[in-house]
Design a protein around this ligand. Structure first.
Ligand code: BGC
Length: 730
């Protein structure tokens, strides 16, 4: 059957598309931003952002989707009005950024990555979907799965980190959590939109919206696996990225969107541009005007135009002139209608929107409990000189701009209400034997410090046994357009640390931030450091549990902490180089090795790293054979023991190094991980299975295969400290 015959046989084509004018089709591809009418009930005049874009009432009536409104009653009103006005009765799709929670806010995705707990991540996405769905939403612009290596980029907080395998595991978990198994039957779920396709995480210099340039092998090896995992998990939508990929803006990149995403991966869902990204093809310098930008985006395969008028203004004419085949436009419309059908919107345009359920389930105890658990598992203990956990009865001075702050939700918590977040100070006072055991002082602002603040901090510290400093970045200092060149804590906070250090008391620091920081002045000064990230709605409660030992830290870094910003990008799965650093060579005075003269090569804290209040010993690493055959399996066994005095959860990590490849291979690559919870003194034998499949990679001709020969294998609690063994692939 020819392509167009297949299209014409589609029931949705016969029922709707065949009857639509070119203008109606183009409008179906438009995404509106609310509000678009000012006066309730009066839909004759368009207002707000849509008026600014020059969009008229007829176009609003024919639009396909809406961005960024919420609230069941409002959604119901907008959809009902739309159904009355739309000539063919095609319902609207409502979309928004539900990135780490709707009303119940979960830790930021970078923190969720540090939980190494995809099941709980999936559960968080399910809760977010439920809250969003009863509020009337149908699609979330999540998960964001861009691989990240540069903490200057503010959007690292939206990603699960620097590893392709870990990112892929979380990508799948998020998609399954948002979508469930049946979007039309299960109105408590929403469709997922994986973003930003592709390689947005490689923005040069960590500056947002900047150029990305990388080899196709790098793209396929590191950057694509997580998007692919989302697509394979059935993700309904893909969002293009703002950047160029091999010199062509992703949003107009035919090779990326048509050849790779649609043809090679078989993606049949909807492709949406990022905000204004079609029009921005002009600013990139890859289209002379918006008309050409619309042409390029359509030829590349972008279905929805988010927030510009490029499509509605130019597509009808481009089709009339023959620059775009009618079939191509029809297929884009069909993909959007199919998503509406999948969501059950033709039968039930109001879908999950439910004011009664909305009143009941938002931020309910069950949802907050998931958030608290995830926050507990996401925090990473970076240093502990035996100071933590705090003991009941100790007098604590809790000092710093985050001691009593609700700004702990992080960027992209659109409907999160900072005033409902559980603050650290409140939670610690509740958990302490006596509330008065925890004395709170602000100490300084995020970027300023006054004499009065210093005096109050000193006063709070008087008579204290331990000082806990709650420090960090304001949430707007990361996130979209939140790039920073200096990723140390602001000087005012470093001054506060020095001031408190002078008192000579035990000092713990709790950090609230959206990126790995340069911890000079913090890590070297404090006795203990707990990385809390932005922990979400229940952040204070989770952190108080961790600080007082009601919970044992188990988070592991999903992104390296650089020694200084001058090392960036610094990531664990790098190549060896021809002159790898060696301490021996350095000692001999050999300068001609790959090193800095002034700083170490290694990050301050590597990928996979995290401490606990207990300790774990690894022993008896055993392989079932010295050789792995192409169709065989290698069993990898190791015994792990909780050698401390507290129960805890350990994340066993298995890494591999291909000693000699056709193409150079990373010094370590994560291949598997497993979490075990152990009582004090308890041991567990853990077994991993490795197959040839896991050793494959992209060769110089981009074919995917493995190299026979020697491999090293590492099993341990982080990417640096591990037991080692060798085997051969034959
Ligand atoms: C961001 C996307 C987001 C979109 C809609 C853009 O600026 O890059 O991640 O989904 O806005 O809010």
């Amino acid at each position: 059957m020819s392509h167009s015959a297949a299209l014409e046989n589609e029931p949705l084509y016969r029922k709707y598309i065949k009857l639509m004018t070119l203008e109606e089709k183009a409008a179906q591809l438009l995404q509106l931003a609310a509000p678009f009418y000012d006066k309730p009930g009066d839909h004759s005049e368009v207002t707000g952002p849509m008026e600014e874009l020059g969009i008229d009432a007829a176009t609003v009536q024919n639009a396909g989707s809406v961005l960024g409104i919420s609230g069941a009653e409002k959604m119901i009103a907008v959809q009902q009005a739309h159904m009355e006005q739309n000539r063919l009765g095609i319902p609207l799709l409502f979309m928004a950024d539900i990135v780490h929670g709707f009303k119940t806010i979960f830790p930021i995705p970078l923190a969720i990555g540090c939980s190494w707990n995809p099941e709980l991540a999936e559960r968080s996405a399910q809760v977010a979907a439920y809250e969003a769905a009863v509020s009337g939403l149908h699609v979330t612009f999540a998960p964001m799965v861009d691989l990240v290596r540069d903490p200057r980029w503010g959007r690292v907080m939206e990603s699960t980190g620097e590893d392709p395998y870990l990112n892929a595991v979380f990508a799948r978990a998020f998609v399954e959590g948002f979508q469930g198994e049946d979007l039309s039957g299960d109105v408590k779920r929403v469709a997922a939109c994986v973003k930003h396709f592709a390689a947005y995480g490689l923005s040069e210099g960590g500056r947002d919206y900047n150029t990305v340039d990388l080899s196709e092998r790098q793209l396929r090896e590191y950057y694509l696996p997580a998007y692919k995992a989302a697509v394979d998990a059935g993700c309904e939508m893909v969002m293009t990225s703002f950047n160029t990929v091999d010199g062509i803006p992703a949003t107009g990149n035919r090779k990326l969107l048509r050849s790779l995403l649609r043809e090679e991966w078989g993606f049949e869902g909807v492709v949406i541009s990022d905000w204004a990204a079609i029009k921005e093809i002009v600013a990139h310098g890859a289209a002379g005007d918006e008309r050409e930008a619309a042409l390029k985006a359509m030829l590349a395969g972008v279905d929805i135009d988010m927030m510009t008028t490029s499509y509605i203004q130019h597509l009808p004419e481009l089709v009339r002139e023959g620059a775009i085949e009618q079939r191509m436009l029809d297929e884009a419309v069909l993909r959007i209608l199919k998503l509406k059908e999948k969501l059950g919107l033709f039968e039930n345009p109001l879908r999950g929107a439910d004011p009664a359920a909305e009143a009941e389930i938002m931020r309910c105890a069950e949802h907050r409990e998931v958030s608290r658990q995830l926050a507990e598992q996401s925090a990473v203990l970076l240093k502990n000189g035996g100071l933590l956990p705090l003991r009941q009865g100790q007098k604590i001075a809790l000092v710093g701009p985050f001691a009593d702050s609700g700004d702990i939700l992080g960027w992209w918590s659109w409907l999160g209400e900072t005033e409902t977040a559980v603050k650290l100070g409140t939670a610690m006072q509740q958990l302490a034997a006596e509330p008065a055991d925890v004395r709170i002082a602000e100490g300084c602002g995020i970027e300023s410090i006054t004499d009065a603040q210093k005096a109050a901090a000193l006063q709070a510290a008087e008579g204290a046994d331990v000082i806990v400093l709650a420090l960090g970045e304001a949430s707007h200092m990361s996130g979209e357009a939140g790039s920073r060149s200096d990723i140390r804590l602001p000087e005012a906070q470093l001054e506060l640390i020095r001031l408190m250090k002078e008192l000579g008391k035990p000092l713990a620091v709790v950090l609230f931030n959206g990126r790995p920081l340069d911890l000079h002045g913090v890590y070297d000064t404090a006795d203990a450091v707990l990385e809390a990230w932005y922990p979400g709605s229940e952040g204070g409660a989770a952190l108080a549990n961790l600080l007082y030992g009601a919970a044992n830290p188990s988070g592991r870094l999903s992104m390296s902490f650089p020694y200084t910003v001058g090392q960036v990008p610094v990531y664990y799965n790098h190549y060896s180089t021809g002159r790898p650093f060696s301490a021996e060579e350095q000692e001999k005075g050999n300068r001609y090795i790959s090193q800095y003269l002034d700083i170490p090569n290694d990050p301050l804290l590597p990928f996979g790293f995290g401490l606990s209040y207990t300790s774990y010993a690894y022993e008896g690493l055993q392989l079932s054979a010295q050789q792995l055959t192409a169709d065989g399996e290698l069993k990898v066994k190791v015994k792990v023991t909780n050698t401390g005095a507290m129960a805890g959860t350990e994340t066993l990590q298995l890494y591999v190094r291909d000693v000699a490849g056709e193409v150079v291979r990373p010094v370590r690559e994560l291949k598997a991980f497993r979490q075990v919870t152990l009582a004090p003194g308890e041991s567990r034998e853990v077994e991993f299975t490795l197959t040839e499949m896991q050793l494959r990679y992209h060769h110089s001709d981009l074919s995917v295969s493995s190299d026979p020969g020697a491999f090293r294998l590492y099993v341990g609690g982080n990417s640096r400290d591990a037991l080692e063994a060798e085997f051969r692939l034959v």
